[in-house]
Write a protein that binds this ligand. Sequence first.
Ligand code: ADP
Ligand code: ADP
Length: 232
Amino acid sequence: SPAVAAGEVTKVYGSGDAAVHALRGVSVGFAHGAFTAIMGPSGSGKSTLMHCLAGLDTVDGGSVSLGQVELTRLNDRQLTQLRRDRFGFIFQSFNLLPTLTAEQNIRLPLDLAGRRRDQLWMDKVVGALGLRDRLSHRPSELSGGQQQRVACARALIHQPEVIFADEPTGNLDSRSGGEVLGFLRSSVREMGQTIVMVTHDPVAASYADRVVFLRDGRITGEMYRPTPDSVL
Ligand code: ADP
Ligand code: ADP
């Protein structure tokens, strides 16, 4: 069974004449250990789908499950805890705290959850993302690509099962974007996380194992082993 799955998910913003049907019955599964990109034009529902899968937004119909757990049956407190324990998030804007060093930013999810750090895992994540000699730097002293790799390490530090990445290369030039995704892909290959990434960049999508295409709130197709040309 998939790591994360959506079954006939619908999502409507607003009501009456102003209603926007952001998701119109989306069913999709994300296999354990797979790196999947969700692509589609602006407004097609990519972010909404990711937010519903990640329990950041509620669905209006259908179901979202993480393994055997049905997210729509959880209350807010349970959802917050599940997100904190089992999901990692990477954003377009990095979302690092400027006054903290790279190492402190990476440790933040552990500190917030009151969990002790596993030094071996910390070393593994930091090494895999090429950050060993950047740990004492603050975000302003790092390039965009390095900042996003710190954000990737932060997303992995509590050993989540699923990483959700929303346009992770949107603020990076193509070279550093490629570097970030290359590091992330090889890290999770080794460590086994499932990645769900929203992007409109064909080059970014080509790092995934599979691309799911959305249009007007519906899945219109999918492709395995994408290349930049094939997903254009
Ligand atoms: P994408 O990520 O593919 O650009 P979104 O999921 O952001 O698409 O948006 C899908 C549709 O839902 C769009 O028409 C958008 O305007 C609408 N939408 C998204 N978020 C909201 C919101 N909070 N309130 C009202 N409409 C929204
Ligand atoms: P982007 O820079 O990719 O547009 P944002 O920073 O705007 O992403 O965040 C996208 C969504 O995720 C927002 O709805 C926001 O509330 C939520 N979000 C942002 N940071 C976090 C976080 N650290 N943990 C959980 N949800 C977050």
